[in-house]
Ligand binder design. Structure first.
Ligand code: B16
Ligand code: MG
Length: 229
C-alpha cells in the first residue's frame, strides 16, 4: 500500500467495468424472483446495476404485490447472496473484461493512485478471484460506507484514502447511479457503456480498451470530453 499523496488518481468501479458480475447477480436475483412468483427479466436487472444489495431487493419486490417484513427481506438478501457467492467462486482471471488489466497497470505506471469504489460487499473476494487484489492502493466498498451510489461517499472515501483532491480524480463507472455519484463527488466521470444511457458522464467509452490514463494527467478537471460512442 502506498499512502503518499499522488498528483492524480483513478477510481474504478468493479462490476461492469473490471469484470461482468452483472450476469451472475442476474442469475441469483432471477432465481429468488422465480421462488417468489415475480417476473424478472434482463431489463429489470439493468435497473439494479450499481445499487446496493438491499436497494436491489426493494426494486425486485416492487415488481410483485406481496409485502414482506424486515426479517424476511434480510433472509431473502442472504439467500440471493449465498447463490451469488457460489457463482463468484468459479471466477478466474479470465473473467477480467477486455482492457481492464492494461488500464490498471497503465494507471500505476503513470504514477497515479489507483482505488476501487464498489457498491458490492463482495468486492474483495471478486478481486481475489480475478487475481488483481494487489493492484489497488485502496479498496472502498459497501462495508466501509453508509450511503450507496448515487451518493458520492464511496468515491470521496477512495479519494481521501489516496490523498487526492476530488477534482484531481477520474472515476470510471458503468452504471447511471455510479456516474451520478462521481459527478456529485466533483470528479471527472468516465462512463463505460452506452452514451445514450450514461448521459451525465463527461466522456463515454465502450470498454477499458479505450481507456488511456496518461490522457487525463494534465488539467483533467477543466476538460469536457466529447462522447465517443
Ligand atoms: P453485493 P459495483 C454493485 O457493484 C453491482 O453493480 C450491483 O448490481 C450490486 O447489487 C451491488 O454491487 C451490491 O453487490 O450484493 O455483492 O454486495 O458496480 O458498484 O462494483
Ligand atoms: Mg458497476
Amino acid at each position: 500500500m502506498n499512502h503518499e499523496p499522488r498528483p492524480s488518481a483513478f477510481i474504478f468501479d468493479l462490476d461492469g467495468v473490471i469484470t461482468d458480475t452483472a450476469e451472475l447477480h442476474y442469475v441469483a436475483w432471477r432465481a429468488l424472483a422465480l421462488d417468489l412468483g415475480i417476473a424478472f427479466g434482463e431489463q429489470d436487472n439493468e435497473q439494479l446495476k450499481g445499487l446496493s444489495r438491499m436497494d436491489s431487493l426493494e426494486r425486485l419486490l416492487a415488481l410483485g404485490t406481496q409485502q414482506f417484513g424486515a426479517g424476511e427481506k434480510l433472509a431473502m438478501a442472504e439467500r440471493k447472496n449465498t447463490h451469488y457467492l457460489a457463482l463468484v467462486e468459479k471466477m478466474t482471471p479470465a473473467d477480467l473484461l477486455p482492457g481492464a488489466l492494461d488500464a490498471l497497470h497503465s494507471a500505476r505506471a503513470a504514477g497515479c493512485g489507483v482505488a476501487l469504489a464498489s457498491a458490492s460487499k463482495n468486492a474483495a473476494l471478486v478481486l481475489e478471484r480475478l487475481g488483481i487484489a494487489r493492484v489497488f492502493d485502496h479498496v472502498v466498498d459497501s462495508n466501509h460506507i453508509r450511503n450507496s451510489k448515487p451518493h458520492p461517499e464511496v468515491f470521496l472515501a477512495a479519494a481521501r484514502a489516496l490523498g487526492a483532491a476530488p477534482q484531481d480524480c477520474v472515476g470510471i463507472e458503468d452504471a447511471v447511479a455510479g456516474v451520478q455519484a462521481i459527478r456529485a463527488a466533483g470528479m471527472f466521470a468516465v462512463g463505460v457503456g452506452n452514451a445514450r444511457v450514461l448521459l451525465a458522464a463527461d466522456q463515454v467509452i465502450a470498454d477499458l480498451r479505450h481507456f488511456v490514463p496518461s490522457n487525463y494527467l494534465r488539467g483533467m478537471h477543466r476538460l469536457r470530453w466529447v462522447n465517443e460512442t
